[in-house]
Design a binder for this molecule. Sequence first.
Ligand code: PGA
Length: 240
Amino acid sequence: MSFRRFPTYAELSQHAAEHIAALLKRKPDALICLASGATPIGTFHQLVELAQTGHANLNQCSFIGLDEWVGMGPDDEGSCSYHLYHDLFIPLAIPAERIHYFNAKADDLAAECRRIDDAIAAHGGLDLLLVGIGLNGHIALNEPGTPFTHYCHVIDLHETTITVGQKYFTKPTPLTRGITIGLQHLMDAREVILMANGHGKAPVINQAMTAPVSTDFPATIIQRHPNAHVWVDEAAGALV
Ligand code: PGA
């Protein structure tokens, strides 16, 4: 696990976007899984700019959606897929056949989990997984207690996630369950980037990197991955 602290969020975002662009230069048809949420928005804006100025080629890569609130989809403002579509897929005009996202409104969510597991396998695995970290140590929607061996699964959300998750919506929104890629996908990915910014993330970044690896704090799994980077801004790295 490597660690790097950037002076500003803008520099962190720029670095992550350039890293993705470099991966796509080496492997244009890479399979990438990107988190939604507040943390990677700057990276997405930079990546769109790199693509629009001819410095990144996203014409062949495919995307896996990291997670979604059960019962929501890309048309629901504030959902995970809504953000990814608006910040990345729509500006880059990524065609539907290159986007593999959970249908969190499906009757058979177990079948949705298998569909995404199969899509990842069919592409030969994830080349890059970019994730944030929750205030309870979750990665994607793998809440504390989730076995490290899970692939895609449906999960009951913890109180912290339900409370913090309100920030994505303009009005109080009931959140109960999530559908998410699993931590075994993280371990199987060829490269993992864990990003965080802001003072609020400083304690959890420190814990992810230094606490004993345990399902009690899922982000500690990053310590076990052979090719993982923890990239933070000055504020989020203040305690490391
Ligand atoms: P955030 O979410 O980027 O909006 O802080 C991170 C997470 O909950 O995984």
